[in-house]
Design a protein around this ligand. Structure first.
Ligand code: SF4
Length: 364
């Protein structure tokens, strides 16, 4: 496939691996912020080739995994309302709420739940089902919030008033700032997510690099992208530099996408947001502005937010903070597998537990 195969070329990958080993004059620890990176590193086999010189730990960048149990409980409450249909991303289907129930259970008991690929699909569902309220649970980061803002604006323009969004949307920099203050983390560099960075721009990481003396390198998601980013990081670490470098220039600029950010600012305002495992983080969420309140499911349907309770024994919170790896969880591969997930990190296609189990030779 053009524009993909070039970045998976085995010879180029081997060459870059050789270059990375030469550049790595001492072992170092890297947090890959994003679940897409975690999965890509496991799936491509890079993780096994990089160890032990480069220790990779996963961060809080899996949108389904960081959705709090109380938000899942709220989605379950909405699914039980009459004349209501939920339009969800597929990964949400099996994520347990505080009492272990999932949207899959609700669906089996008759709730109307459709799996969609975008918020615009949810709007189309509302158009085709005028007698129902279609609610789209908004999860994700800067990558998906511009599309969600555009969908809400389209709903207004097209006078579709049976469509609403329950926003749990989050922004990536506040949790990273919070996590980097934890002395248990001890990382030398951040592998920054290419897709989020295409919106916020490379410049957004400058405070993280400066305040934490951290090498911040933006990387794409193919094997050669990841290796190229790690080579830049190894060189910084060896030279004692702590800078923002862009290893994904075909998608990310220094300034990012100002038009997408303006769209988000038109529809959303920053609020404090609860993250699974990380708790409430100031200014890390996006709520719908008063001007668009007619599309805000939380206020329109008066959905209360119960207190979050994690599944007993699940260590997702520690895994999302980067201070524990999945094999340390007593339930990993025993009670908890991708077929029988207990926590969201085993459910999501970007979850760290799912990546370890699927590609880490633990399933055998
Ligand atoms: S293995 Fe399962 S129970 Fe343990 S942390 Fe991961 S998702 Fe939670």
């Amino acid at each position: 496939m053009k524009y993909v195969d070039e970045f998976r070329d085995p010879e180029l990958t081997a060459h870059l691996l050789h270059e990375l080993k030469a550049a790595s004059t001492r072992p170092f620890r890297v947090m890959e912020v994003c679940g897409t990176h975690t999965m890509a590193i496991f799936r491509s086999g890079l993780r096994a080739l990089l160890l032990p010189e480069i220790e990779l730990i996963s961060g809080p960048g899996c949108p389904v995994c960081v959705t709090s149990a109380s938000h899942i409980d709220a989605f379950l409450q909405m699914a039980e309302l009459p004349e209501t249909r939920l339009a969800i991303f597929g990964d949400l289907f099996r994520v347990p709420g505080s009492k272990g129930a999932t949207l899959a259970h609700a669906h089996a008991q008759g709730a109307k739940i459709d799996i969609v690929y975008s918020s615009m699909d949810g709007l189309e569902l509302a158009r085709r089902n005028p007698a129902e309220m279609v609610v789209f649970p908004g999860i994700g980061f800067e990558t998906t919030s511009p599309g969600l803002a555009a969908t809400i604006m389209a709903a207004r323009q097209q006078n579709i008033d049976n469509f609403a969004v329950f926003s749990t949307h989050k922004t990536m920099l506040p949790p990273l700032m919070a996590l980097l203050g934890d002395p248990r983390l001890r990382i030398d560099g951040l592998l920054c997510p290419g897709h989020v960075s295409s919106i916020i721009g490379a410049a957004a990481y400058q405070p993280l690099a400066e305040q934490n003396h951290l090498a911040c390198v933006i990387g794409g998601f193919e094997p050669t992208d990841i290796l190229q980013a790690l080579i830049l990081m190894a060189k910084q670490i060896n030279e004692g530099r702590a800078e923002v470098e862009n290893g994904y220039t075909r998608a990310v600029t220094w300034e990012g996408n100002g038009r997408a950010r303006a769209l988000v600012a038109t529809v959303f305002k920053p609020v404090d947001m609860e993250w699974r495992g990380l708790g409430m983080i100031e200014g890390s969420g996006l709520a719908i502005r008063e001007e668009y309140a007619g599309f805000d499911a939380q206020s329109r349907l008066s959905i209360p937010l119960p207190e979050s309770k994690e599944p007993p024994g699940c260590l997702c919170g520690q895994i999302l903070k980067g201070i524990t790896a999945p094999p340390a969880c007593p339930l990993f591969g025993k009670g908890c597998t991708p077929a029988t997930p207990i926590g969201p990190c085993m459910v999501s296609s970007e979850g760290t537990c799912a990546a370890y189990f699927t590609y880490g030779n633990y399933s055998r």
